[in-house]
Design a protein around this ligand. Structure first.
Ligand code: 6PG
Length: 247
């Protein structure tokens, strides 16, 4: 039975990202101590940039960069230097400023055909985690955001990718954005040791309330429940303002 979500509501966005950075560093250090390496999948969009900036700044000395391996939960179908690229965002906010070995960063080659990029990234996961045919990779941490329509990673409402239960990574056409995205599938998300959602700002209050307090909403973000891991929601008061718990 999946564990209930751990929900923490912070008064300000600054507190939210400080605590998210602390959670990240604590998990990375403990995991490296226990297993010798820390494997994390990063989220894109605008919300996590503040976290990456803190990890590259005030927390940089606390992150075991040489024993941390960075993947992406999804990517836009653009080259790595495109303003829309999740890789570009993380590289500018973090990778370019910290002593992470280049071989520890696994970006999605989204400059290629989307289906080819997805297949290649699946193969990268299979070889990095040394998986048997029906085995799933177990990330120590997967960071996620939530979109205004309840999507997470690039698992959008009504997309075929929602029902994928064999592939680890797929290319998915997003009609409303008229573009492909490359994304982890639910089996990968739900096999993680810890999944951490970040949500900040009043424009997220409605969807955060729907996802966490409307069991009938049937939103992609609601399908994220690690089978044997933690589900953590870190939100600021503006994003959590409609939650019963926000009081
Ligand atoms: C992406 C993300 C996506 C994001 C949400 C929220 O590539 O865009 O992976 O799932 O987390 O769309 O985006 P914001 O943080 O920009 O609101």
């Amino acid at each position: 039975m999946p564990a209930p979500a751990e929900l923490r509501i912070f008064d300000t966005a600054t507190e939210l990202f400080r605590n998210a950075a602390h959670e990240f560093v604590t998990l990375a250090s403990q995991t490296v101590e226990n297993k010798g390496r820390f494997c994390v999948a990063l989220s894109g969009g605008s919300t996590p940039k503040n976290l990456y900036t803190l990890l590259a700044g005030e927390q940089a000395k606390a992150v075991p960069w040489d024993k941390s391996y960075f993947f992406f939960g999804d990517e836009r179908h653009v080259p790595p230097d495109d303003p829309d690229s999740n890789y570009r965002m993380v590289n500018e906010a973090m990778f370019s400023k910290v002593p992470v070995p280049p071989g520890n960063v696994f970006r999605i080659h989204a400059e290629k055909d989307a289906a080819v990029a997805a297949q290649e990234y699946e193969e990268t996961l299979r070889s990095f985690f040394d998986l048997q045919p029906n085995q799933l990779p177990r990330f120590d941490l997967i960071l996620l955001g939530v979109g205004p329509d309840g999507h997470t990673a690039s698992l959008f409402p009504d997309s075929a990718a929602l029902n994928e239960n064999k592939r680890l990574v797929v290319a998915t056409w997003v009609e409303k954005l008229k573009t492909y995205r490359i994304t982890f599938t639910f089996p990968v998300l739900n096999h993680a040791a810890c999944v951490m959602f970040l949500a900040s700002g009043a424009d997220k209050a409605g969807i955060v309330h729907e996802v966490l307090e409307n069991p009938n909403a049937n939103l992609p973000s609601q399908k994220v429940h690690p089978d044997d891991g933690r589900l953590v929601w870190l939100v600021d008061h503006a994003a959590g303002g409609l939650l019963r718990r926000a009081g």
